[in-house]
Design a protein around this ligand. Structure first.
Ligand code: NAP
Ligand code: GDD
Length: 338
């Protein structure tokens, strides 16, 4: 039986990855940050909260990391833990650098010292491309991060490559484009839209307030992406891979897909700060712009080229953006009704 450690096991990806590895017969340890209350909701929703062992863990605490790695011979370590909300990274830039950047080398160095045979996955991100000059983005595209989050993740990516090249570790970096699900945090734009519009469809006619509607993202389904992470660690040699759908969609269009799945009919009017969408059926404003949600620097457009992952890992995304929006909107509609 293989032994895997997942940091960030309480997060969206951690929950789906834990389910995947358990189904494959792994012995799974979930490394969980100490909070006033353990955040087990996602693992509970997937019905696996009792199936994995859990350990207290914080990426900012080197002693904790060293003890955990030294005391266990994990076959695979998936480093998914991070402060992952880009929007708040301007408010906590030093903490974000410590957790998302330096935290990676704490883990890698413990592995190098105590269990160099352990295979390592780093959760890198399309946010590293930032101000893009190349369409679509692949493993060779230069980085130009636009947020403290992205800057810290660039360090995490490069130190993963460096430990692979310096010490021969089987360390891979997955450069994943946005991936969502009904387990997505409600601060991220997709879930904010699907929760808000689901409530609206249930008769709570408060408009969903959003920032930049023109930004475009390459959105896939998180369940597909954790399969790609696992495949990276099954390769003979470690490498870096982009996972993406190759399709980019604006925030406005995503809201339209979610609305459509909920039986709402949005009519857009205005521009920039005065833009809004009225639901033709109720005549009420369902979406409006609130500049408070604009970011100090924006990533305007992401679209990925996952040809390498397709060719070498046999990885394909299975859920397109319209189906993804519908999946999330319907799940939120059902949840609102409970
Ligand atoms: P998420 O839902 O926000 O989960 C993040 C996890 O990290 C949570 O379990 C959180 O614990 C944990 N964490 C935060 N700070 C920590 C710390 N100091 N020490 C230990 N654990 C800590 O994020 P996700 O969407 O699953 O993303 C997983 C990873 O992939 C992240 O590294 C993210 O940056 C990266 N990524 C995500 C996407 C995407 O579109 N989802 C795309 C590219 C890369 P709590 O429950 O205690 O908060
Ligand atoms: N969160 C949020 N809230 N974003 C909004 C809003 C809003 O009200 N209105 C517009 N947006 C825009 C943001 O400005 C951004 O351009 C886009 O929607 C997506 O924002 P998020 O959903 O917060 O995701 P992200 O792209 O910034 O970051 C996510 O994807 C990265 C991969 O590219 C996170 O999961 C990161 O952890 C991940 O690395």
């Amino acid at each position: 039986m293989k032994r895997a450690l997942i940091t960030g096991a309480t997060g969206q990806d951690g929950a789906y990855l834990a389910r995947l590895l358990l189904a494959k017969g792994y012995d799974v340890t979930g490394a969980i940050r100490r909070n006033s209350q353990p955040e087990m909701v996602r693992l509970e929703k997937l019905g696996i909260a009792r199936e994995l062992r859990t350990v207290d863990f914080d990426l900012s605490e080197p002693n904790n990391i060293t003890r955990l790695i030294r005391g266990n011979a994990f076959d695979e370590v998936y480093n998914l833990a991070a402060q992952s909300f880009v929007g708040s990274s301007w408010e906590q830039p030093v903490y974000v650098a410590d957790v998302n950047g330096v935290g990676v080398v704490r883990l890698l160095d413990a592995i190098r010292t105590y269990t160099p045979q352990t295979r390592f996955y780093q959760a890198s991100t399309s946010e590293m491309f930032g101000l893009v000059r190349v369409l679509p983005q692949d493993e060779q595209t230069p980085f130009h991060p636009r947020s403290p989050y992205g800057v810290a993740k660039v360090y995490g990516h490069h130190i993963t490559v460096n430990y692979r090249e310096s010490f021969g570790l089987h360390a891979s970096s997955g450069i994943l484009f946005n991936h969502e699900s009904p387990l997505r945090g409600t601060e991220f734009v997709t879930r904010k839209i699907t929760v808000g519009l689901a409530r609206f469809a249930r008769g709570d006619h408060a408009a969903v307030e959003l920032g930049n509607l023109n930004a475009k993202r390459d959105w896939g389904f998180a369940g597909d992406y954790v399969e790609g992470m696992w495949r990276m660690l099954q390769q003979e040699s470690a490498d870096d891979y982009v996972l993406a759908t190759g399709v980019t969609t604006s925030i406005r269009e995503f809201a339209g897909f979610a609305a459509e799945a909920l039986g709402l009919d949005l009519e857009w009017s205005g521009a920039d700060e005065t833009e809004q969408a009225v639901d033709r059926r109720s005549g009420k404003v369902a979406v409006r712009v609130n500049p408070a949600f604009y970011r100090p620097a924006e990533v305007d457009l992401l679209v990925g080229n996952a040809a390498k992952a397709r060719a070498r890992l046999g990885w394909e995304p299975k859920v397109d953006v319209r189906a993804l929006a519908a999946m999330m909107a319907r799940a939120d509609y059902d949840e609102c009704g409970q």
